[in-house]
Structures are given as C-alpha cells and as structure tokens.
Design a protein around this ligand. Structure first.
Ligand SMILES: Cc1cc2nc3c(=O)[nH]c(=O)nc-3n(C[C@H](O)[C@H](O)[C@H](O)COP(=O)(O)OP(=O)(O)OC[C@H]3O[C@@H](n4cnc5c(N)ncnc54)[C@H](O)[C@@H]3O)c2cc1C
Length: 398
C-alpha cells in the first residue's frame, strides 16, 4: 500500500493478523488516523499462503464480517456450509448430535455455521482496509518496545523509529510480546499436544457434517468442505507428532481411513500438511494505560471448540463500537473508563469459554478408566438434557 505512514497517529495496532486488520477496518469510518505495524511483508498479507486452518465461523461472526465488507470478498465457492456436527468418544458408536438450527440471530437458517480457510480470511481482511486513506500499514517491521502513560503511547520499532499514538492495540498473537511489555500477565496452558491439519479427498459423502472423534491416544476431527473434500485435524501428544508428520501421503491416508473405519471411503491427501503446538492463553486483563489487547493476544483458545477467531472478531466488534462512539462524541478514545468497559463486556464471555474448553479438553484426553466412563456419561447426558445441548449449540452458532 503506497500510503504515508502516520508517525503520530490516533490508533496504533501491533500485528496485522485477521484480528488487527478487522479492528482497523471497524474503526476506519470514523476518520481517525490508524497505523498498523506488521512483521510480514505486504505481499504476504495480500496473498497469504494456505496454512491448513479451516476456520469455523458462527452466524454472529458472519454478520460482523459482512458489516466490514470482508465476507463479500471471499469467493462463494470458498465458503463452506456446515450442516450439523457429531461427537463420539473412544471406540463407542454413541454420538452426541448437534442438528442444524432452524433460526440464528432471529433469522431462518439452514446451517450450523460456516467454514472459511484462514488464508482467505486474512486476504479478505487485508482487502477490507486497502482503500482507506486514513489507515496506514508499515510492513516488515516489528514493534520492539512500547511505553504508555496518561498522555499517550509510544512504540519503538526494530529499526529504532518511533510512533506516537493516543491508543495502542496489541493484536500480535497469543505469544504477544506487546502484552508482556505492557506488564499484563496471562494464564497460559501448554497442553503438550500438537494439532496436525491437512485436506483429504474421499469417495464417500461427508454429508456436510462435522465430526469430532475423541479416540483414546489421539483426537480426530473432520471439517467438511466440499461433499468429497474434508479437512482432517489430528491432535496428538507432541512427542508422537513426528510419527504422523513423517508418514508418506499414502500411509497418512491409510492411517486416517483406519481411524475412521472407512467412514469416508478411499482417501487421498489433497494439500500440504501443517502442525501447530497447542497452547491456550487468557490474559488476566484486557487493557492497561492507553492500551488494549484484542484477538489471540487477549485470548488464544484451544481449537477444539472453534472459538478462537470468533472471539477475536468479538473483541474487535466490542472495542471498535466503544471507540467509534467516543470519537463521535468527542470523548477520549483511550480513557480508562472506556477500556475497562471493553474488558468487562468481553471477559464476561471469554473467561467461562476458555476455562470450560480447557476442562473439557483435559477430560477428553484423560484416559484413566473413571475419566473414560465420565466422558461417555457426559455425551449421553448432553444428548438427553436439552438445556445443556441448547447451550452448546448456542455457543457453536454464536
Ligand atoms: C489448527 C487451528 C485451527 C483453528 N480453528 C479455528 C476455528 O475453527 N474457528 C476459530 O474461530 N478459530 C480457529 N483457530 C484460531 C484462529 O486461527 C486464531 O484465533 C486467529 O488466527 C488469531 O488471529 P490474530 O490476528 O489474533 O493473531 P495472528 O493470526 O497470530 O496474527 C498476529 C500477527 O501479528 C504479527 N506480529 C507478531 N508480533 C509482532 C510484532 N512484535 N510487531 C509487529 N507484528 C507482529 C504476526 O506477524 C501476525 O501477522 C484455529 C487455530 C488453529 C491453530
């Protein structure tokens, strides 16, 4: 983007990942100067490579992405509808079933949610800010230091240059260096596991149904894309991850077919393979003086419940609404009162989700006999106790 970078700016965002870019787009219409600093190149932001992640999005996230013009720039055949979802435990055939809801956000719907590849979301987020003259992007530079006081924030970049802002936003991933610089502590949990993701083509229909299989020893999730194309997500102890990553495409396909008892017929690898360490993070505060955390820098979820970027969008939504209102009314966009309100609204949702997900993951990866019995009991109870199922469905659809 050939645009003069604002070295004295209203809002400085560290990290032009999907959360940072969405927030920039959401505050752009109020005319303030917004500067994003990003380590990667602009060419990579414009055309991000496939990274194996298929992001499950709720109806609420879709609505916000539409508002930002992001949804419309994803090709229609790259948006996959998720009809329903099933969860099974161990070797049992018993399924916890989540049917498609008849309504979502008060409107009729025929889908539980949507799937879009992470690289397409990143591309759409970049497209959404490109034409705003008041949004500047500084690429291939990292933020090295940040300092804040009651008057404003100052960031020092890798090359020693400085940017001054009224409000500093950290959107620099779950391992946020900016969060640490701001002195904000975080609850961090290393699950000691690795998630391995890739696409497979197959000969039997996936019926557009997501499938989460808590096998003993590993977890296998299936995210349906096209009817005969599915994203496979293997979660395994990190010391065993290499045994999967070193398999030939044919051996990997045989392994997945075996895990699925041939549920999807013959399978062939259809993408590159990507691995991510599983570390969950929840910041203990979402703001400090003249600064706030959004996206994974605020909450980095375990991907099993597919909440990560949905919460990232929610953080951008809440904070941008408060900042836009303040700007329109001529109030301070970085006041403690405003930032405290952002924290209150967002944390109300993130804390129970984060801790609830971690408890569920620990139980469903615990293979002691009492835990196996409890796992099975929870699936049956959830199936037969509508309030629990309704609550889980509501979280899934947003
Ligand atoms: C396997 C997998 C599956 C997932 N599935 C789902 C799902 O189904 N649904 C869902 O909602 N979420 C899902 N997620 C989570 C989702 O991918 C993340 O929540 C989302 O990508 C986080 O976006 P972000 O912008 O906060 O952070 P990031 O994407 O991590 O971006 C941070 C950016 O900051 C930049 N940066 C870092 N440090 C600096 C610095 N010092 N200076 C300048 N720039 C810096 C980085 O280069 C990067 O571009 C999944 C995650 C994984 C790993």
């Amino acid at each position: 983007m050939v645009k003069q970078a604002f070295l004295d700016t209203d809002i400085l965002i560290v990290g032009a990942g999907p959360a940072g870019l969405s927030f920039a787009r959401a505050v752009a219409p109020c005319g303030m100067r917004v500067t994003l600093v990003e380590k990667s190149s602009e060419a990579e932001l414009a055309n991000p490579p496939y990274d194996g992640r298929e992001i499950a999005l709720t109806h609420r996230s879709k609505a916000f992405m539409e508002e930002l013009g992001m949804w419309q720039s994803v090709a229609e055949d790259e948006i996959y509808k998720l009809k329903d979802a099933r969860v099974v435990n161990g070797q049992s055939d018993y399924e916890l079933y989540f049917p498609q809801p008849s309504t979502a956000l008060g409107k009729p719907t025929d889908t539980l949610g949507y799937l879009i590849s992470n690289h397409n979301i990143r591309k759409a987020a970049y497209q959404a800010i490109k034409s705003w003259q008041n949004v500047a992007l500084i690429c291939e530079k990292g933020v090295r230091e940040v300092h804040t006081n009651a008057q404003g924030a100052r960031a020092v970049l890798d090359d020693g240059s400085e940017i001054h802002a009224r409000l500093l936003i950290a959107a620099d991933s779950r391992f946020s260096h900016t969060r640490r610089q701001l002195g904000i502590s975080a609850d961090m949990h290393d699950f000691g596991r690795t998630v391995i993701v890739f696409r497979m083509r197959h000969t039997l229909s996936n019926h557009h149904s997501a499938f989460e299989c808590f096998h003993y020893g590993r977890t296998l999730a299936l995210l349906p894309l096209e009817e005969y194309l599915t994203n496979c997500v293997i979660t395994i102890d990190s010391d065993k991850a290499d045994s999967v990553l070193k398999l030939s495409p044919e051996a990997l396909a045989s392994d997945v077919i075996r895990q699925l008892n041939g549920r999807l017929g013959e399978m062939t690898l259809d993408s590159t393979i990507h691995a991510y360490p599983l570390v969950g993070v929840h910041a203990n505060a979402f703001y400090a003086v003249r600064s706030a955390l959004i996206g994974d820098a605020a909450v980095g979820m375990h991907p099993v419940t597919a909440h990560g970027f949905n919460l990232g969008l929610e953080s951008a939504h809440i904070l941008s609404r408060l900042v836009n209102e303040a700007a329109e009314e001529g109030r301070d966009i970085g006041s403690n009162g405003l930032l405290a309100r952002y924290q209150r609204e967002h944390m109300l949702h993130t804390r129970p989700l984060y801790h609830g997900t971690n408890v569920m993951v620990k139980l469903f990866t615990n293979e002691a006999p009492p835990a196996k019995v409890l796992r099975s009991a929870i699936l049956r109870l959830s199936n037969h106790f509508p309030p629990i199922k309704h609550l889980i469905s509501k979280q899934l659809t947003g």
